[in-house]
Design a binder for this molecule. Structure first.
Ligand code: NOJ
Length: 775
């Protein structure tokens, strides 16, 4: 029996039909697919790997797994089975996913809630910067702090399992959920995932690494097969999940798509073989919502928790592929060993014990299905002073892409034009689901749409922040939110000291079609006629400064070389303090130190493109034919010049690097056999040789011996340093054998190729080496 110190009160709620629920997943988009669930037998192959490895009491999980095993030894099979299925995605559960309390055991149940940017469909919570901005900070301390702050908010609301972070790399230019993850490079994704999870779980909330795996685009995501070869899978897409497992992530959510022809939730090679086998994952494998396409096959294929329990988005009749009855039937008819059910329960309960949720965990105190129901909403304010961190991260993630003749920071301008809808508040503020299911671009863009978003407590728009910041300077600020009256825009721009043009580009999850975009963008041009607005303003103002809020790459070619476009500020999706973060950089209160977490091309044919909206195939085969050459690796491999490479970002000061030395560490025999133990350190000095203080991001890239057939450069280290003018600091970046290895598909293990590795310290992925050495 469990002895709980905190009681959970569940209050009956009048049933809400799914169509009007607070999680308005577009049923029509699922309906369209429901008849086409037949997998193709012909295309590709994912080998069977059975049985599911049982979780083991090792490392940091030892105590938790032992506790779970001891506790479960007193439970009946039916009680164990009850942990594994959600309550069918409807009230009386209060969250987007719920495991019901099991009264006979004293287990209080579980609340699972989005989103990766803060608690979703809840009041009095913060809206944090999106994953793509987290990546752009290149700052591990901020990554950790955000995870911790978000975790505290989830815990304060009584959420056991936060459904994030997302870590699918930005493989395609248009990928709708690129902004939820941490950019286009697996190493950067991995570091941000590790810090986010470590921070979040330090609060006592279970994190969820998602979506495992190959969910890099949205249109037809529940139909398609991501066909990824073994080496590419290991070196690019698996790496962030490896780092998540190293951070002791409690849950991994499977994707909707197939991988190599087998649905993610039942892909035994991935779940049994790679995740639980190779990576030794001890926690819970949960499905994405209605992402389990079968009962027995997913149970044997390594799924531990079926969320939210419904068989598909059309069936809300109380049936499930799982549920206690079906799981027991699978055992009693001999299709599945009882030990599989026990292992599902062991994993779920181990995750709960690992985070200490058996002691004093708050009961869920909000109702994600109805925020107005006073019986179930206690309106607990969990925001603390997180706005400070959010503001800091917003400016720290801001990437200065162009700054001709030090146009920025602004120097006591007498007159400013602020123009573009993106500088203004949303006219839809107050609509509870607006930011989650954004009905279109309206006002400044601070998050994309879908389950990756949450509802903002407020959103500081850039215009208000600029007016407030420039008040003491007595600057005359003129503004217009009209993107389309180009003659008026030009007329307003003339004669101003500077014209600030705000433009944006949005995308989201394929649960809503926004302005014709089914999650993925139909193109990567600025929304709302932004490019023409820039050109109209630049035609009349010699100091035109463009500020971009974007979910990812955006085409800048129409105006980037315009001589009157003097500065470009890439602000991403900063969260609730957006305007303040932007003003901090524009006026020089913060020296920008963000770096691009993806490459912006000059030529759109240099991108990998997502499956177009025009594709209506039943099961499109999305072949990852670029293999290892994702993002900057493709440009480097093919000698292509992008507009702005991965890792690029300017500062108001200058930095120099000197004195590279590479040291081989003396290791104990245990360290020698540990693939991940630091084996070398790369040491050098960074100096701020400009006249103002600032932060820099030195980056370490490796060039493998040619026999390895790796892309010419791969990121294997970075740090963020803060330096007053004239000061310098020593930096030491560690490399492990894993960092110097490739996945050998024949040997099925990591192998360090023989030969010389070139070590490059550079300011971005394609820049000439500032320092170089060899190993
Ligand atoms: C579907 C999304 O793909 C997933 O990321 C999210 O956590 C669940 N819905 C629950 O909202």
């Amino acid at each position: 029996m469990l002895h709980l110190l905190g009681a959970v009160a569940l209050v009956a709620i009048v049933s809400t039909s799914p169509e009007v629920a607070a999680f308005p997943l577009s049923l029509s988009s699922f309906a369209a697919s429901a008849n086409r669930l037949v997998a193709r037998a012909d295309a590709v192959y994912s080998p069977p790997v059975y049985p599911t490895p049982e979780t083991r009491a090792t490392g940091d999980w030892t105590v938790a797994v032992n506790k779970a095993k001891a506790e479960l030894s007193t439970w009946t099979l039916a009680e164990r089975a009850a942990l594994a299925t959600g309550d069918l995605w409807q009230p009386p559960g209060l969250c987007v996913g719920n495991v019901k309390p099991i009264a006979s055991t004293g287990f209080p149940g579980l609340c699972l809630q989005d989103a990766p940017v803060g608690v979703r469909v809840a009041d009095l919570v913060s809206a944090f910067p999106s994953g793509v901005n987290v990546a752009a900070t290149f700052d591990r301390t901020l990554m950790f702090s955000r995870g911790l702050a978000m975790g505290n908010e989830f815990k304060g609301k009584g959420v056991n399992i936060a459904l994030g972070p997302g870590m699918n790399p930005a493989r395609t230019a248009e990928g709708g959920r690129n902004w939820e993850g941490f950019g286009a490079d697996p190493y950067l994704q991995g570091e941000a995932a590790y810090q986010t999870i470590t921070g979040m779980q330090a609060s006592g909330v279970q994190a969820t690494a998602k979506h495992f795996i190959g969910n890099e685009e949205e249109h037809l995501r529940i139909e398609s097969s991501s066909n990824i070869d073994d080496r590419t899978l290991h070196e690019i897409y698996l790496h962030p999940f490896l780092r998540s497992v190293q951070a002791n992530v409690a849950n991994v959510m499977t994707a909707y798509n197939q991988i190599n022809g087998s649905w993610a939730a039942q892909n035994s090679k991935l779940n049994n073989g790679i995740l639980k086998g190779e990576l030794g994952f001890s926690g819970t494998v949960m499905s994405d919502w209605a992402g389990a396409r079968s009962g027995l096959a997913s149970a044997l294929g390594g799924l531990d928790m079926n969320m939210p329990g419904v068989p598909n988005w059309l069936t809300f009749d109380g049936t499930s592929y799982w549920g206690v009855d079906n799981l027991l039937k699978m055992v009693s008819n001999g299709s599945m060993p009882e030990s599989r059910v026990t292992d599902m329960a062991t994993r779920i309960l181990s995750s709960w014990y690992l985070l200490g949720q058996d002691v004093d965990f708050p009961a869920t105190n909000f109702n994600g299905w109805d925020l107005t129901d006073e019986a179930t909403n206690q309106h607990v304010n969990v925001q603390d002073d997180h706005y400070k961190l959010i503001r800091q991260m917003g400016s720290s993630a801001t990437v200065l892409l162009k700054n001709t003749n030090n146009a920025l920071p602004l120097k006591n301008p007498k007159s400013l034009l602020v123009i573009g809808d993106d500088a203004f508040p949303s006219s839809k503020n107050g609509d509870p689901n607006f930011y989650t299911y954004r009905g279109g671009n309206d006002g400044t863009l601070a998050v994309g749409w879908g389950s990756g978003a949450n509802d903002f407590p407020y959103l500081v728009d850039p215009l208000s922040a600029i007016i407030a910041r420039s008040a003491s300077l007595k600057t005359n600020v003129t503004s217009s939110r009209n993107n389309f009256d180009l003659a008026a825009a030009g007329a307003l721009a003339g004669g101003k000291d500077a014209a600030l043009v705000f433009i944006n580009s949005n995308s989201g999850e394929a649960v809503s079609i926004v302005d014709g975009n089914d999650g993925d963008r139909n193109n990567i041009s600025a929304w709302g006629g932004g490019d023409q607005l820039v050109l109209a303003v630049a035609a009349k103002n010699k100091n035109t400064i463009v500020i971009v809020h974007s979910v990812g790459v955006m085409d800048t070619e129409l105006w980037i070389d315009h001589p009157n476009v003097t500065a470009v500020v890439w602000a991403g999706l900063p969260g609730q303090e957006s305007g303040n973060s932007c003003a901090d950089v524009l006026f020089g209160d913060v020296n920008p130190s963000g770096r691009l977490p993806y490459t912006i091309a000059k030529d759109q044919s240099h991108y990998v493109h997502a499956t177009p909206l025009s594709n209506t195939e039943s099961h499109p085969q999305v072949t990852y034919s670029e293999k290892l050459n994702v993002d900057y690796r493709h440009f480097a491999a093919n000698n292509l010049k992008p507009r702005f490479p991965f890792g690029f970002g300017l500062s108001y000061t200058k930095f120099s690097y000197s004195g590279l030395s590479i040291k081989t560490l003396s290791l104990t025999s245990a360290q020698t056999t540990d693939l991940h133990a630091p084996k070398y350190t790369v040491n050098f000095t960074v100096q701020n040789c400009g006249s103002v203080s600032g932060e820099d991001v030195p980056q370490l890239y490796l060039t493998f011996p040619s026999s390895a057939s790796e892309p010419p450069r791969v990121l294997r280290g970075f740090t963020k340093v803060s330096l007053a003018a004239g000061k310098s600091v020593s930096v030491s970046l560690a490399l492990s054998t894993y960092d110097l290895s490739i996945w050998d598909v024949v040997k099925q293990k990591w192998v360090k190729p023989s030969g010389t590795f070139k070590v490059v310290v550079a300011t971005d992925a394609l820049a000439a080496a500032s320092l170089s050495g060899s190993i």
